[in-house]
Design a protein around this ligand. Structure first.
Ligand code: NAD
Length: 513
């Protein structure tokens, strides 16, 4: 077997065979049961992580609450300086962390490095933001009065993340939350606990070097039961949760029941519309990367191609041809395009989805199947498949987290394609391939795509951190990352100051004593 340098990466990230999964800064403990993390790449045991018990959680919350009292008093640009140093540490550790992401989650090494780059980018963004947490000033209707709004730190932010972006989603939240003056408690996915411990080790060092309160960054580990400790906890004003729609519905209700805020980043069912004016070569690259990248396990993965009937056969042939070039195997080997699914449960869901698509009347264009034999011992490698289908199929309406691409045909004007693309419960990412200005603008108009992300002449996956990221409808409505997404991590206050000796009331109301 080729040595991909995993041992060295684990050592550089301070990971052991058995790791404490609960941490308040650099104080690591954990008395719950142990989760074993096996790599989907080769099935090997990467390490074990001890989970968080309700008693451990109390200690974490105490530390976080204490840290918040201090952290909220640190001027925002100085909080930004801490985040800048965190970004520097990530630059130093980009390769080992990218490798761990690839090995524990199964995405390609290039995508693992890309994920760490996103963490670095959001740190840079947050550093700039730390001097720009602006509120507005307004003109008061009353003489001698001044009115303005300001943003204050919110408190302890709970972060629940999915397995498919095991490090970046945490950074998207924390980098902003920290400059906003919040402290964070993170529960990573129970499928990628080692990534969580690695990130916590990195930030703990930064906090220690700066003599900052430990609880600014806390880690808890375990399954949904550990997540529920946060969703039901009144001391957490904001829960940011990334994962399936099923999870989002439960989390949203638990948080709403105590009138907390939730930021939800849930599943997608993303489509590319291919119009008669599309550049076919660009379409093929965008669609294939979108459908098979991260083995179809991105929330923005391309699941549906909605192709005009006049070019349907041409696009179909070009895409099926391109699939013949795909090399499936160890994602750390840069010659491969497609790595494994996260686990054998995911493989079963992929197989069931293909079966259901056929039962509903779909036609297989590129055969799927589970790979066996040398290099595929983990049982997690599957062939990317293409199915000719109808938008109305139950299975097409769902998000299957695997490399299955559905081809759908439309006829007539682009409005018909937009109707199909919007005709699902999810609303995350969407794209149109066209050189027609009219079609592109129609797609982006108020009667166009109903998704949080709408692209022209690029695919559905691969967003930049500068824009707000998130989706509508059952994708949950939350926005993370760039633009003004920071506002959800702060509480807004409107202030009116009277510098006269009179007390005039608003709306001209008279009240004389
Ligand atoms: P999942 O819903 O199974 O788990 C996500 C996280 O939620 C895990 O940490 C899990 O332990 C936790 N969780 C589950 N039930 C919970 C509950 N009742 N209370 C508290 N926490 C709970 O999702 P997954 O399989 O890890 O990830 C895949 C899903 O995530 C896909 O649907 C994908 O589209 C979505 N996703 C969305 C985005 C986005 O930004 N919109 C990004 C990445 C992934």
């Amino acid at each position: 077997a080729i040595d991909f340098g995993i041992e060295e990466a684990l050592r550089k990230l301070g990971l052991n065979q058995i790791n404490e999964g609960t941490s308040t800064g650099s104080d690591n403990f954990g008395s719950g049961e142990t989760i074993s993390s096996h790599s989907p790449v080769d099935g090997a045991l990467i390490g074990k992580v001890k989970t968080t018990t309700p008693e451990d959680y109390l200690r974490v919350m105490e530390s976080a609450t204490h840290a918040f009292k201090e952290w909220r008093l640190v001027p925002a640009p100085q909080r930004g300086e801490m985040v800048r140093q965190f970004g520097e540490k990530l630059r130093e550790l980009k390769e080992p962390l990218g490798k761990l992401v690839s090995y524990e989650m199964g995405k390609s090494y290039q995508e693992g490095l890309g994920e760490v780059q996103e963490m670095i980018d959001i740190c840079d963004f947050a550093v700039g933001l730390s001097r720009q947490l602006h509120g507005l000033t307004m003109h008061s209707e009353r003489p001698g009065h001044r009115m303005y709004e300001q943003y204050h730190p919110l408190g302890v932010v709970g972060i629940i993340s999915a397995f498919n972006f095991p490090v970046a989603v945490w950074a998207w939240n924390t980098a902003l939350a920290w400059v906003c003056g919040d402290v964070c408690i993170w529960k990573p996915s129970e499928k990628t606990p080692m990534c969580g411990v690695a990130c916590q080790n990195i930030i703990a060092e930064v906090l220690k070097e700066n003599n900052l309160p430990e609880g600014i960054s806390c880690l808890i580990n375990g399954d949904y039961k550990v997540g529920e400790l946060m969703t039901n906890d009144k001391r957490i004003p904001l829960v940011s949760a990334t994962g399936s729609i099923r999870m989002g519905k439960i989390v949203a209700q638990a948080v709403a029941a105590r009138l907390g805020k939730s930021l939800l980043e849930l599943g997608g069912n993303n489509a590319i519309i291919v119009t008669p004016d599309a550049d076919i070569k660009m379409t093929v690259i965008g669609a294939v990367f979108g459908a098979v990248g991260t083995a179809g396990q991105r929330c923005t993965s391309t699941r549906r191609l909605i192709i005009h009937e006049s070019i349907y056969d041409q696009v179909k042939d070009a895409i099926t041809d391109a699939y013949k070039q795909l090399r499936i195997g160890n994602p750390l080997d840069e010659n491969n395009h497609v790595g494994p699914l996260i686990d054998t449960d995911a493989v079963r869901m992929y197989e069931a989805a293909l079966e259901e698509a056929v039962n509903e009347g779909g036609t297989i264009l590129v055969e799927g199947g589970v790979l066996k034999g040398e290099g595929y011992e983990s049982g997690c490698y599957v062939k990317p498949a293409i199915v000719e289908a109808q938008n109305s199929f139950t299975i097409v309406q769902e998000e299957t987290f695997a490399p299955i691409l559905y081809l759908l045909k439309y006829n007539g004007p682009v409005e018909n394609a937009i109707e199909l693309q919007n005709g699902v419960v999810q609303g995350l990412s969407s794209a149109i391939m066209t050189n027609s200005l009219r079609e592109a603008e129609r797609f982006l108009s108020s009667s166009g795509s109903d998704c949080g992300i709408a692209n022209v002449n690029i695919g559905t996956s691969g967003a930049e951190i500068g824009g707000a990221f998130g989706g509508e409808k059952e994708t949950g409505g939350g926005r993370e990352s760039g633009s003004d997404a920071w506002k959800i991590y702060m509480r807004r206050q409107t202030n009116t100051i009277n510098y006269t000796t009179e007390l005039p009331l608003a709306q001209g109301i008279k009240f004389d004593l």
